[in-house]
Ligand binder design. Structure first.
Ligand SMILES: [Zn+2]
Length: 455
């Protein structure tokens, strides 16, 4: 393995300065303006990154301010290192100004330091070290700077749709070490069904959940009932109160990320489990019964028939994230994630058929296919061997339920920048990267590039 540790140790100040130049530009996505699809801040940051590349002697391309790259080396095939320059809004609670990139106690503080400007700058310094050391490469190396990772990764869709070259292999330092070689397929769908308001019991309104990717912590239904209705025998975590001549039934749950819904409790499911004990009629009874019986508090899709399983990534995870109804219609938004060795075709048609057979229509859908590169593949072995050489940590690569930036471009995996056990600071106030970790990342990235692209 070729290590460039001395080359990189000599560039410590240069790397700190590069991170600071990027962090000092507030690159939060904004409205399109003047041909800058993600706003001025993101575009300015891309300009700055490409300027740094040129200062180091690399050729650059700006693809419509959606992404840009620099390239080094020759050869038919290309190895990509994918980072991103956009950041999430700074939010509240900072001890340092979020865009000053203050160096304090061996750490650089600021929005984007770990996610993902620090790793992007480390990649650049790594490539410069490779160039200055004159390491021969048989493949070209392209450092891609994406500009909308935090807002749906449409930057890379644009890249692929406009003839952006597909790497033969590569990695994105935008998640964690040792390596993520499996990411579940992610499906989001909204189904809708008309309701009729006849019968003694009817729905006036239902509202539950905040987003498809969070287990709902609260849900409530406002229902019309006969005068003598009294809600007794309420189950645990379900409450009823009289409001404006109607009953409000509310249920509590526990919010967690939808990649591990089994750790939460679904308030919408809990609410419907109770509602289905009331004597609704017609369409309303059917809709309530369907949600209670086919989804309820289930988190694997077993009741809907979409529970798939493999040893690598476990069961399908199902989250009913949002439910809304007025007197005339009801809608539910589901997020289900299928295991990495299974296919969309094995689960989606089953789910849609269940809904359709009961009068529901799909009104929204999104699918991010699964990603899986087996442990015995060359890319996985190469990246792991570099990580292991540097850290001595023999942990196995991981499969996860979440999606990383690696899904945005074929043939790449998420590799770094966060080490096992390190504090999770991305998207938080006081986001930071320690200079030591930054340097370790630059060294690992340099060795990984040489491993993938070197002769
Ligand atoms: Zn990121």
């Amino acid at each position: 393995m070729i290590r460039l540790d001395d080359e990189i140790d000599g560039r410590r100040e240069e790397l700190i300065a590069a991170v600071q130049r990027l962090v000092r530009i507030r690159s939060v996505a904004d409205e399109e303006a003047d041909g800058k699809p993600y706003g001025k801040g993101v575009a300015d940051c891309l300009d700055e990154a490409l300027k740094m590349c040129r200062e180091m002697g690399f050729e650059t391309v700006n693809m419509d301010y959606r992404c840009g790259w620099c390239e080094y080396g020759g050869g038919e095939e290309m190895v990509a290192v994918l980072g991103h320059l956009d950041v999430v809004p700074e939010g509240e609670g900072w001890d340092f100004p979020p865009y000053d990139a203050v160096l304090s106690d061996g750490k650089i503080f600021g929005r984007g330091t770990i996610d993902d400007k620090g790793p992007a700058a480390a990649s650049l310094i790594a490539l410069k070290a490779i160039k200055e050391a004159g390491i021969p490469l048989k493949r070209r190396v392209r450092l891609i700077f994406g500009c909308s990772e935090e807002t749906g990764a449409l930057d890379m869709d644009h890249y692929l749709e406009n003839g952006g070259e597909i790497p033969v292999m590569g990695f994105t330092p935008d998640a964690e070490y040792p390596l993520i070689n499996g990411e579940k397929g992610i499906v989001v769908e909204t189904y809708e069904k008309p309701l009729s308001a006849d019968g003694d019991y009817s729905i006036i309104g239902i509202r539950g959940g905040m987003a498809w990717n969070i287990t709902p912590a609260h849900a409530e239904a406002v229902i019309k009932t006969p005068e003598d209705f009294r809600p007794d025998d309420l189950p645990e975590k379900v409450k009823a109160e009289r409001r404006d001549g109607a009953w409000v039934i509310s249920a509590e749950g526990k919010a967690v990320h939808a990649q591990h819904p089994e750790q939460g409790e679904n308030a919408i499911g809990r609410l419907f489990k109770y509602l289905c004990t009331l004597p609704f009629s017609g369409d309303t009874a059917d809709a309530i019964g369907f949600i209670a019986d086919k989804i309820g508090m289930d988190t694997t899709g077993a009741l809907l028939g979409c529970d798939l399983y493999d040893e690598i990534s476990g069961h399908t995870s199902l989250n009913m994230g949002v439910c809304e109804a007025d007197g005339r219609k009801i809608s539910v938004t589901l997020n289900y994630r299928y295991p990495v060795t299974h296919e969309y075709e094995e689960c989606q048609p089953v789910v849609e058929r269940e809904f359709r057979d009961r009068g529901w229509k799909r009104v929204y859908d999104m699918h991010k296919p699964k990603l899986y590169i087996p442990e015995d593949a060359g890319l996985v072995k190469s990246l792991l061997s570099v990580y292991r050489e540097y850290t001595g940590d023999m942990s196995a690569p991981r499969s996860i339920g979440g999606g990383t930036y690696a899904k945005a471009v074929p043939n790449i995996l998420a590799f770094g920048p966060v080490f096992p056990g390190d504090e999770v600071v991305e998207h938080m106030p006081n986001e930071f990267i320690s200079v030591d970790r930054l340097m370790e990342n630059a060294k690992i990235i340099a060795a990984a590039i040489v491993m993938l692209a070197g002769e």
